[in-house]
Design a protein around this ligand. Structure first.
Ligand code: NDP
Length: 265
């Protein structure tokens, strides 16, 4: 049996084990996906080897430090320098970022936005910023404070804090902050969001499982919106296929993972 795991802290709430294990069952693959709480990201490689894993996913707060456990990074992970997937290949640990392509698949139903504003400047913002840049859509980054904008500025992204920002028109507004995850906060001042939404076509929130204050506000403005469930789904589909040498039918993986997500809602 091939073994996989999710590493993070916390991991108890994660839907990934259910998504991957239902795929193993439905696609008749002899595999099992574990949930592993990891306190110190530096211990990732030794835990991976000790458990005899074939692959892993990495979640908050270890996506950046996980890079140091890899022998090689591939694809957009080379730009983002944060990974959420490791595949063991010929004894080497290969790191990927599937949040970025997962996001692009999640917004496919929106009709090709031409301009984008990202709220937040954490790891998820970075994955989404590079994902958009990869399709030649240069996003603007808006964060409440300055420090985390530094690495975006070094990589030539156009960045603002709430204080320095003058709103213009953006087709899509993406919330990558954790505002609304466990509270009723908006990710930016209400007046600013009202201006942004009065000119936008789409809103996307990476938080999933409930309608956040950000999405409620988008709804007030009658803007098409999506929560983060489809991004979670697609990052999982892409990771599962990477675990199996990209040989599987992604439609079948998606069908099983979607079923797993519906079981939990
Ligand atoms: P980080 O901790 O790296 O970044 C958090 C960001 O949120 C920072 O920019 C921070 O601003 C900002 N922030 C936090 N609270 C507020 C607030 N009250 N108002 C305004 N800004 C705020 O987090 P991640 O990027 O790792 O994760 C962000 C979210 O993305 C999480 O909710 C996570 O669950 C979700 N996620 C969803 C995925 C999916 O598949 N749907 C995939 C990956 C993540 P500051 O710099 O000022 O502190």
């Amino acid at each position: 049996m091939k073994l996989y795991a999710l590493f993070g802290n916390p991991v108890s709430h994660s839907l990934s084990p259910r998504m991957h294990n239902l795929c193993f069952k439905n696609l008749e693959i002899d595999g099992c996906y574990l949930r592993e709480k990891l306190l110190d990201g530096k211990d990732l490689k030794s835990r991976f080897e000790k458990l005899g894993l074939n692959g892993a996913n990495i979640t908050v707060p270890h996506k950046e430090i996980a890079v140091s456990s890899c022998d090689e990074l591939r694809g957009i992970a080379l730009d983002i320098k944060a990974i959420n997937t490791i595949v063991k290949e010929d004894g080497k640990l290969i790191g990927y970022n599937t949040d970025a392509p997962g996001f692009l698949r999640a917004i496919k139903s929106f009709d090709s936005p031409q301009s984008a504003l990202i709220l937040g400047a954490g790891g998820t913002a970075k994955a989404i910023a590079y994902a958009l840049r990869s399709i030649n859509l240069e996003p603007v980054i808006l964060n409440r404070s300055k420090d985390r904008l530094e690495s975006f500025m070094q990589n030539d992204f156009n960045c603002f804090t709430h204080d320095s920002f003058t709103p213009t028109n953006y087709d899509i507004i993406i919330n990558t902050t954790s505002a609304g995850l466990k509270d009723e906060f908006l990710p930016a001042p209400e007046k600013l969001l009202d201006i942004l939404f009065s000119n936008a076509k789409y809103a996307f929130d990476v938080v999933y499982g409930h309608v956040t204050p950000f999405l409620k506000k988008a709804n007030e403005h009658k803007i098409a919106f999506k929560d983060g469930e489809s991004m979670l789904l697609h990052q999982g589909v892409i990771a599962f296929n990477l675990f199996h040498g990209k040989r599987l039918n992604e439609a079948k993986i998606e069908e099983s993972m979607l079923k797993a997500l519906k079981l939990s809602s």
